[in-house]
Design a protein around this ligand. Structure first.
Ligand SMILES: O=C(O)[C@H](O)[C@@H](O)[C@H](O)[C@H](O)COP(=O)(O)O
Length: 250
């Protein structure tokens, strides 16, 4: 079941996403001691800053010390590099937290396995897979202008991967080229999944995603997951050409 929550601008979409995440946290913590969430890179990280820190209604609800944070994909670079999703998340969120706040566990790639040749990239993927819980309470995805999610790109052989939960690739069309990524078998284990997409640049792809015919797109394959609630948080600029019923969260 897919819900599309649309807002006048990207900030209000991010604020609503923050409330949805806090609700998912509360649901998970009612059953377990930890909230296991996997996030994407890109514009989502800024939205998480808005929705979980700047959003003063949600910020006090976030129990960071009980969070385990994973990345649905990661670029195979040192964590301090501009393009590292881990580095971006630390800079944009964790470093902004009050020093008194207990820090979340954040699963980084094993950088001792990094090499210029990429000779151990498959070991980085295997090592990351070992860090993963059986499933995530929540996975938050972005949607690329080509409809990719994580580092799963339209037409790429990794879309057919049905054994590995985390795979590596060296030919990402979105730079940098060497990455690890969740695969569909792992995405399908999530309790719930949300997307965040903003801006007029996403208008063409969201029109395709909700056209009912673009079944080959990775983001559409997620919409078709059985038994996993999928929620999109979008701004009007991104969704206005899509033929889909929208509402607002809660
Ligand atoms: O590491 C990555 O590159 C992201 O995980 C990637 O999957 C992202 O979510 C999409 O490319 C959308 O990015 P934007 O939201 O910035 O367009």
């Amino acid at each position: 079941m897919v819900e599309v929550y649309s807002y006048p601008n990207s900030e209000s979409a991010a604020y609503a996403l923050g409330e949805y995440i806090a609700d998912a946290q509360d649901k998970a913590l009612a059953k377990n001691k930890v909230f296991r969430i996997a996030i994407s890179g890109g514009s989502l990280v800024g939205a998480l800053q808005e929705g979980l820190i700047l959003n003063k209604k949600v910020a006090p609800r976030v129990k960071w010390g009980q969070w385990e944070i994973y990345f649905v994909d990661e670029r195979l670079l040192p964590l301090s590099y501009e393009d590292s999703n881990y580095g971006l998340f630390k800079r944009k969120l964790v470093n902004l937290l009050d020093p008194k706040v207990t820090r979340p566990y954040i699963a980084a790639i094993n950088t001792t396995l990094l090499s210029p040749s990429g000779g151990q990239d498959d070991s980085i993927a295997k090592d990351y897979e070992k860090k993963l819980p059986d499933h995530m309470d929540l996975i938050i995805l972005g949607c690329g202008e080509d409809g990719h999610i994580c580092s799963l790109f339209p037409g790429h052989e990794l879309l057919e991967e049905n054994v590995k939960m985390v795979a590596n690739l060296e030919d990402s069309p979105k730079l940098p080229p060497r990455r690890i990524t969740f695969t569909f078998p792992y995405l399908k284990k999530a309790t719930q999944i949300a997307f965040y997409a903003r801006g007029s640049g996403k208008k063409p792809i969201l029109k395709k995603v909700f056209s009912g015919t673009a079944t080959e797109l990775p983001s559409v394959k997620v919409n078709q997951f059985k038994k996993i609630p999928v929620s999109w948080f979008v701004d009007e600029a991104a969704i206005e050409d899509a033929n889909v019923k929208t509402s607002t969260y809660k």
